[in-house]
Design a protein around this ligand. Structure first.
Ligand SMILES: O=C(O)CCC(=O)C(=O)O
Length: 275
């Protein structure tokens, strides 16, 4: 995989996302799954709640993927040469847990402006209609930000249970990915995902997001790493890359970054959710 070709660029412009893209190989995808399961076994609380965020700051395996050149080439095609990583999240749906993601726009509560940024959703396991892959409302990225109801509903993997109502689900398209493939989606595309009806886990490692260095955080403070190019704007605080798993300083940085992220996500909200 290298830079996006003209068909892929057109898909992104027209639909607001592009997929499938070969991002990493199956062995690398398996290595991520093993890392997740190792952490879950050894430190059962670490990936719970907001612990699902910023895993690239506490594990060199996630760090390596977030800084992967293949992925960055594709991202560069959409947001230019000067790229920062401003966050990562694990979206895990275990069988029988009733996890889902309501239809929403990423740009609604995250405070990243202008919208020169893109989210990379990397399939750690296969992701398909049976296990609750993402569904995209093609073309919705061309509209304004929509009203979101804050539902804080059980099973919803979003912070506030933020929901765009009346999405024509039959018109949304499933993003079917094999382990190791990724999708790239626009900050304003309306998307969500349903239940995992399979017998295995559905795991996405999501870089949310890759931002151009010209993108500011207008609601709070953000900890970033340089992925590529130059940062003339210097809007954000920098955080070191993880060299091993669960280093004490890295954990402190991860916690600090999460504290700031929570302030952003819950700004103006009277209630705090599970994540
Ligand atoms: O993993 C999912 O099903 C949804 C993830 C999502 O909403 C996102 O990456 O923006």
């Amino acid at each position: 995989m290298t830079y996006l070709n003209s068909n892929q660029l057109k898909q992104y412009q027209d639909d607001g996302y592009v997929a499938p893209i070969n991002a990493i190989n199956k062995d690398e995808a398996n290595e991520i799954r093993k890392e997740i399961e190792f952490i879950e076994n050894k430190w059962p609380d670490e990936l719970k709640g907001s612990g699902r965020n910023y895993v690239h700051l506490i594990s060199s395996i996630f760090d390596k993927i977030a800084h992967n050149n293949n992925i960055l080439n594709a991202v560069e095609s959409l947001i230019g040469k000067n790229i920062l990583i401003c966050g990562t999240t694990l979206f895990i749906k275990n069988p029988n847990e009733k996890g889902y993601v309501s239809f929403h726009q990423d740009a609604k509560y995250i405070g990243l402006e202008p919208y020169n940024w893109v989210t990379a959703w990397i399939a750690v396991t296969d992701s398909n209609e049976n296990n609750g892959c993402m569904r995209m409302w093609s073309g919705s990225h061309k509209e304004k930000l929509k009203h979101h109801n804050q539902k804080f509903d059980k099973g919803n993997l979003l912070t506030r249970g933020q929901t765009v109502e009346n999405v024509p689900v039959e018109k949304t398209k499933p993003v079917v990915l094999k382990a190791g493939q990724m999708s790239l989606h626009h900050p304003k595309i309306v998307h969500g995902s349903g239940l995992n009806l399979s017998k295995d886990r559905r795991i996405g490692f999501v870089i949310q997001s890759y931002i151009g260095s010209d993108v500011n955080q207008v609601l709070g403070k953000m900890y970033v790493q340089k992925a590529r190019g130059e940062d003339k704007f210097k809007y954000h605080e920098y955080v070191p890359r993880a060299k091993k798993l669960m280093d004490d300083n890295d954990i402190e940085n991860r916690n600090k970054a999460n504290e700031e992220l929570n302030k952003i996500f819950y700004r103006g909200s009277k209630k705090i959710g599970e994540y």
